[in-house]
Ligand binder design. Sequence first.
Ligand code: AP5
Ligand code: ZN
Length: 214
Amino acid sequence: MKIIMLGAPGAGKGTQAKKIAAKYNIPHISTGDIFRANIKNGTELGKQAKTYMDQGLLVPDELVVDLVVDRVNQEDCKEGYVLDGFPRTIPQAEALDVALEKLGQKIDYAIDVDVPDENIVHRMGGRRACVGCGATYHLEYAPTKVDGICDTCGKELILRDDDKPETVKKRLGVYHEQTQPLIDYYTKAGILTTVDGTIDIEDVFQTIVKILGE
Ligand code: AP5
Ligand code: ZN
């Protein structure tokens, strides 16, 4: 099963993608996570990506497309995968279609997690990410057992650099301009389903499971 997660920054794509990956036993491919790992490791790609990410801008298509195409071509992606944060522009979606056709693959589902802008800014302010394993929590909606400490690896939690309110507003603008057109793109392709992302994390997941099947 090959799935694309769409939605505004903070809509809960990553939260749901991790749950989907665990339930259906397929890889979770998050371009945001890949860039953050590269930044942490000080790679050339990380240095380039950081200048865009810190401003709330998209990383240029040419730095993203090959990276994802290489990843979906790996052995563990044969049975499927869940793409989170990619594609994010029409050229990325078109490049993905061309590449998948060559690989004899196609996307089965595009799931749009729908959350209004006014909920997003509040959500992002409460998000905390683990410096160790990258797990995501929320002060109110997905709290850790011990304040400020990751449940999984015991490391410290931080506010992501791009989750400051002014950067979140910029990211939302970029989303509406460059990423939202993908909703039309995948509607026309006949594979889009929109789910209400404002309900409880577990309820959003149950809605998605109904779409994908048990
Ligand atoms: P990326 O990491 O992909 O950021 P994003 O799309 O902005 O998405 P987020 O990770 O912020 O949010 P999410 O929807 O995954 O929400 P989450 O589950 O964490 O990308 C970062 C940057 O990298 C981009 O700005 C860009 O610069 C660059 N980049 C990445 N991919 C790119 C590409 N393809 N092309 C170009 N540039 C690219 O949830 C948010 C919070 O809400 C959490 O705290 C969570 O616990 C909580 N929450 C989740 N669901 C619920 C719920 N139902 N109710 C209450 N709280 C909830
Ligand atoms: Zn951790």
